[in-house]
Unconditional design. Structure first.
Length: 438
């Protein structure tokens, strides 16, 4: 999405990282000047990117990475990736709402936020401007002003951004069936970052979107795994991320087709049902975005949902909940008769809601969201609604399913067949690779 096309840039509240707006190298919206851009002269040892092609599509292999973090109180997830030669570890926020992977980078750094690890120093080559991966990150009308390098800028829906230059470096990765890969992957060396409203203490972003620059696309273009990425986030915190098709049985997954023209992962248009009953909210354009901690519904649907939840609470015998106006955690919180510790203590008072997609044939495809996947318990022991008003957040007509609602499900972004799938799962344990199953 280009800047200005939709007003995703100026968000007032946290939208996680998701939804990268595509870059514009001629943008001066941040007071960035060309002098800075050209300041990084790569050391002479940097070679120009050479293309290696190895086209064998390894079917039946996967790469699995443990995920750390939670929706609340941390507010973000991260995976540890090794990059470079010798390899060094970095904490990256896995984001299916954007494409480019980047690290805060000593190029030198003009503006970096605090990082858990020392800043990344590229250990190999620059990506040239003509590289298709570079082109995929630029606006349509861009010119290669410096042909030997690729400048990029990405902006996120929460107001954060990264500006830098593309390099290629080694990503040592283990296959779940055993075996070691060392692909060279294009990534951003980000030397000018602005933190967004949902900023967390990380080294960079792991871009997992549909574009050419995403890690998923690059691994598959090199024939290493199929063009499939998935995650399983546990409501107890943590989980895992995977690439490839080896960890699930497709016949046990609920699938929805992605609209072909969608730049983002979208299972299409949905209707909202609450406790199994239809609401007024139909024609909701849904995006799945692991870079967003909470779920966002556009104003009408948000109002539908919030009013149903409130009505259900009012109808409870003895009215055990009242609105906790003094709890700033999220816009809508309720105080119970006692402070709660765990969502399991309160889930019986709340009903599930669901997003229904037109399925194949007669059957409808439902994405069910139980109370555990739309509520949190705040540090004050109140129950808060983890679904927010997307219109207020500047997301216009997009409805973003965030981490909170994807918990305890395996969510699969299947770029080979343009499908998104989900299946109930316990995400604390990585399932065995098919290679080890008989
Ligand atoms: C990221 O992961 C590391 C290692 O698993 C963990 O120590 C760290 O606290 C995590 N950071 C965040 C912000 O979740
Ligand atoms: C959602 O946000 C919009 C824009 O700020 C506002 O007009 C609308 O009243 C909000 N809806 C609800 C139900 O709060």
């Amino acid at each position: 999405m280009k800047k200005g096309e939709v007003g995703l840039v100026l968000l007032l509240i946290t939208v996680g990282l998701g939804l990268a707006l595509s870059s514009s190298s001629s943008s001066s919206s941040r007071g960035y000047n060309e002098y800075d851009r050209d300041r990084w002269n790569p050391p002479p040892s940097y070679r120009t990117a050479s293309s290696s092609s190895m086209v064998l599509n390894r079917v039946g292999s996967s790469i699995v990475l443990p995920v750390d973090g939670n929706v609340y109180p941390t507010g973000s997830y991260n995976v540890t990736l090794l990059v470079g030669n010798p390899p060094k570890p970095y904490f990256l926020d896995p984001d299916t709402g954007s494409d480019l992977t980047w690290l805060q980078c000593d190029a030198p750094c003009v503006q970096c936020t605090e990082t858990p690890h020392p800043l990344y120093r590229p250990t190999s080559e620059l990506v040239i401007c003509k590289d298709p991966i570079c082109a995929s990150l630029q606006p349509g009308d861009y010119r290669c002003e410096s042909p030997q390098q690729c400048d990029y800028e990405v902006e996120y829906a929460d107001g954060g951004s990264s500006l830098g230059v593309l390099v290629k470096d080694v990503f040592p990765l283990k296959l779940s069936s055993g075996g070691q890969l060392s692909p060279r992957i294009a990534l951003g060396c980000g030397y000018d970052q602005l933190p967004g409203s949902s900023h967390s203490f990380i080294d960079g972003v792991l871009g997992l979107g549909r574009g050419k620059s995403s890690l998923t696309s690059q691994l598959s273009a090199q024939g290493l795994v199929r063009n499939i990425v998935g995650h399983c986030l546990s409501s107890k915190g943590g989980g895992y991320l995977f690439f490839g098709d080896d960890l699930y049985d497709p016949s046990r997954v609920t699938w929805a087709s992605m609209p072909r023209d969608s730049k983002h992962y979208s299972p299409g248009i949905a209707e909202l049902t609450f406790a199994g009953k239809p609401t007024r909210s139909r024609n909701l354009l849904i995006l799945f975005d692991s870079g967003s901690s909470y779920t966002y519904l556009s104003s009408q649907a948000y109002e539908d949902l919030a009013s149903r939840v409130i009505r259900e609470l009012k109808e409870l015998k003895g009215k055990p909940f009242k609105e906790a106006i003094d709890d700033p955690t999220l816009p809508l919180c309720w105080k119970g008769r006692r402070p709660y510790k765990n969502i399991r203590d309160v889930k019986k008072y709340f009903k599930p809601f669901a997003l229904g997609f037109p399925g194949t044939g007669q059957s409808k495809t439902e994405f069910e969201i139980p109370p555990e996947s739309y509520l949190i318990i705040s540090s004050k022991g109140n129950v808060c609604l983890g679904v927010l008003n997307g219109t207020e957040a500047g997301l216009q007509n997009y409805n973003v399913v965030g981490d909170i609602s994807m918990q305890d499900k395996m969510v699969i972004y299947e770029n080979e067949r343009q499908m998104i799938g989900w299946a109930p799962a316990s995400c604390n344990k990585v399932p065995k690779s098919k290679a080890f199953r008989s």
